[in-house]
Design a protein around this ligand. Structure first.
Ligand code: T1G
Length: 698
């Protein structure tokens, strides 16, 4: 505790330094140390000004998320903030880095805030399903006004120091270090050359505008979105209470709301998602294993995926040579790269300067020999095993020693591709999700012969690209696509049994997906999975149920949005589809041909079967050792398949539904179709030991 907080006193100024790497999270030890140091400074007659400063990369980035769900330890952060805010001596908070959550609330308790250039400030609690619970909902609106305060708390997004200065959230942006600026201000105050009010003196001088305040509250309430998430509404209630209640009751109101929200399943799932994403990137077996340096990369194949990967690499400052089979295809590939950049600039996601800088790093070629100096070569040619194998055989000869050879394929066996190179230790799978320039998930697929430093290179590259990496073993579909296929199969069974695609999509939107499975197929194209089904048809087990409705739609030219019709009709190329009676007739004809008598399928059954199918496929991935742990599976579905974040992923959702409940449902469904619904072995293992999937993550 003592080494997390240091104090120094000079010329009547006490400087208290917080030092709890990596982000000065306000855990119990840090709070205890800070409370003790602050009390000492506050009662020291030699001390006239107190400066709070943080060591390392950032001022506290929030409460310690890992403490949630555990018995709270004194002093609670609200108590610590109240002690600082009640100080009779001026307190200056010297800010830098990412001043977030409880860290910003700690800063709000000070009388004056000085931030270094580049500091960002925010209250992201809403993204964890909770609210600022250390006085933020009470102090922030009083400081900057209800409307901007609600904007910060409901968006959860950080703002830059300059914006914070405009709002009055901070008092100055320092020239250089904030701690030095705070020291100058304190000395000027002691010399009688500057004002330095306490928090209480500043608060006393503020007179809120009740009408504007209540109007901001009403407007925020009118704009509330997902009713499943209680936190936004409670934030608004707290801001309203900050105006209407006496100060101490306002703080009590906030505390009650905070404690309620922390216990909700949504908050538990959102915390799980936050920690799971960081857990997925940590690979203890690679500690000390050096990643190979990547300065130059080659991308083989300039289709949509290859172009997206090129843009992702360029965005990380990696030079890219795009290789295509001939000049025409190369020009088309480079045009795709330019189009992705252009769209990003139009949407404000990329500055024109950054686009120019990226373009300086692009080159093109029509021969693989152009990649002989590349540190990384990513193959993104079409899903044809013979072609991929040939490409890797050539790369095995051409690529320099220790170049990393990566395949993006999720359907061609990586070990067979690696064998074609005669250097399997350099071969890895990097499974990007389309659009590769935007989707966060990157599955790092480890082949039988992949060298540890090549795996480490995959994870280091993911971090450099700003992506979330999930480790996968070699199988058809890896983690995300395998679970997606299981989900779609279960929905196809219901489609043939009697549900309409529109009922299924509505039920799954209500589950929390942004769109249903059939809207998703129309978006990505029905022909892609159709080609895969035909490719696998020779290996298909005739004893297993096969639903051919998708095939019938493709045979009728209904390939999805790009064809103007799929499961939905897209009048004049509109992106929003409308229900199509022709599709219902086609499905009815297919049921008749299969001798299926349609039954009513309710929304609850649709959602139960969808979750059971996804969680069971995830359980199989654990049984087979393809996925390292349940939370990796959750991350793959959250970051790659738009699984609703406030449910935490299929394995977390299964834990919350109850493993016995899901296992029994699987047994029921297996009576209809044993091979697909048979429960994975791990269900009984966990149930009989009274464990959950979460226990496997520890
Ligand atoms: N608690 C505990 N550990 C944290 C943490 C936190 N709040 N934030 C980050 N870490 C760990 C993280 O797990 C990782 O650990 C390492 O720090 C680097 O993080 C009362 C209740 C600050 C922008 O939501 O947004 O305050 O893997 O990999 O990409 O109202 O971390 O190295 O072992 O993410 O540079 C509110 C969450 C909490 C901020 C840095 N605060 N953190 O990003 O590094 S609730 C937040 C972030 C709260 C109060 C309420 C980011 C970052 P390891 P990283 P990064």
């Amino acid at each position: 505790m003592a080494d997390q907080v240091r104090s120094a006193r000079t010329e009547g100024i006490a400087t208290i330094t917080l030092d709890n790497p990596p982000v000065n999270a306000l855990g119990a030890d840090l709070r205890r140390g800070l409370m003790a140091a602050f009390d000492k400074a506050a009662t020291d007659p030699e001390v006239r000004v107190i400066i709070l400063v943080a060591a390392g990369r950032t001022w506290p980035a929030g409460a310690d998320v890992r403490e949630f769900g555990k018995p709270p330890e004194a002093p609670l952060l609200p108590e610590l903030c109240a002690a600082i805010a009640g100080s009779a001596k001026p307190v200056i908070a010297a800010l830098h880095g990412t001043v977030l959550g409880g860290g910003l609330e700690l800063a709000l308790a000070a009388g004056v805030r000085v931030a270094a250039p580049g500091t960002t400030l925010g209250l992201p609690e809403v993204s964890l399903g909770i609210l600022p619970g250390a006085g933020g909902t009470q102090r922030l609106p009083r400081l900057i006004g209800a409307k901007p305060a609600l904007g910060l708390m409901l968006s959860g997004l950080p703002i830059a120091a300059a914006r914070a200065l405009d709002l009055g959230l901070i008092d100055a942006v320092s020239d250089g270090g904030a701690a030095e600026a705070a020291g100058r201000l304190a000395r000027a105050y002691l010399a009688g050359a500057a004002e330095l009010p306490t928090a209480a003196e500043r608060a006393a001088g503020r007179k809120p505008d009740p009408e504007a305040w209540l109007s901001a509250v009403a407007s925020a309430r009118a704009g509330l979105g997902n009713p499943r998430l209680p936190a936004p509404g409670r934030i608004i209630d707290c801001v309203e209470a900050a105006l209407l209640l006496p100060e101490d009751e306002g703080f009590a109101f906030e505390r009650t709301a905070f404690v309620e929200l922390v216990e909700t399943p949504e908050a538990g799932a959102l915390r799980h998602a936050f920690l799971a994403e960081r857990h997925a990137m940590r690979q203890p077996d690679l500690d000390g294993v050096p990643a190979r340096e990547i300065h130059r990369a080659g991308v083989v194949g300039g289709g949509q995926m290859g172009a997206g990967i090129a843009v992702a690499l360029l965005g990380a400052g990696i030079a890219v040579t795009l290789v295509e089979r001939d000049q025409t295809a190369l020009a088309a590939g480079l045009a795709r790269v330019a189009t992705i950049h252009e769209r990003a600039v139009e949407k404000g996601r990329l500055t024109p300067e950054a686009r120019e800088a990226a373009w300086e790093l692009v080159s093109g070629a029509t021969v693989l020999d152009a990649l002989e100096t590349a540190d990384l070569i990513v193959e993104a040619v079409s899903e044809d095993e013979a072609l991929k194998t040939q490409v890797f055989a050539d790369l095995g000869r051409i690529a320099k020693r220790h170049a990393v050879l990566a395949s993006t394929s999720s359907s061609v066996d990586l070990n067979r591709i690696a064998a074609a190179t005669s250097r399997p230790e350099d071969v890895i799978g990097l499974h990007f999700f389309a659009p590769a320039s935007a989707m966060k998930l990157l599955e790092v697929v480890v082949g039988a012969g992949t060298a540890p430093e090549v795996v480490a290179t995959g994870f280091a590259l993911a971090k450099r690209l700003g992506k979330i990496a999930v480790r996968s073993g070699v199988c058809d579909g890896f983690i995300g696509n395998r679970i997606l296929t299981a989900y779609r199969t279960a929905m196809d069974f219901l489609l043939e049994d009697g549900a309409s695609p529109y009922e299924i999509d509505a039920a799954m939107r209500d589950f929390g997906f942004p769109f249903g499975p059939y809207q998703g197929l129309d978006l990505t194209g029905l022909d892609i999975p159709w080609a895969r089904r035909r490719r696998l048809s020779l290996r298909r087990d005739p004893a297993r149920r096969y639903v051919a409705i998708g095939d019938r739609l493709c045979e009728a030219g209904r390939l999805g949005q790009k064809a103007g019709k799929g499961y939905y009709l897209y009048p004049e190329g509109e992106r929003k589809g409308v229900e199509d009676p022709d599709v219902l007739r086609l499905i009815a004809a297919e049921r008749q041909a299969r001798g299926v008598v349609a039954r009513k399928v309710g929304a609850a059954e649709i959602r139960r079967r969808a979750l059971a199918a996804m969680a069971n496929e995830g359980a199989r991935l654990l049984d087979e050792g393809i996925a390292r742990c349940p939370s990796d599976i959750d991350v793959a579905m959250l970051a790659g398949q738009a699984f609703p974040r406030w449910r935490g992923g299929p394995m977390m959702a299964a834990d919350q539904a109850g493993l016995l409940e899901i296992r029994n449902e699987l047994r029921d469904f297996a009576r209809e179709e044993e091979a697909f619904w048979r429960p994975a072995l791990i269900w009984d293992e966990l149930i009989k030991n009274g464990l959950t999937f979460a226990d496997l993550n520890r």
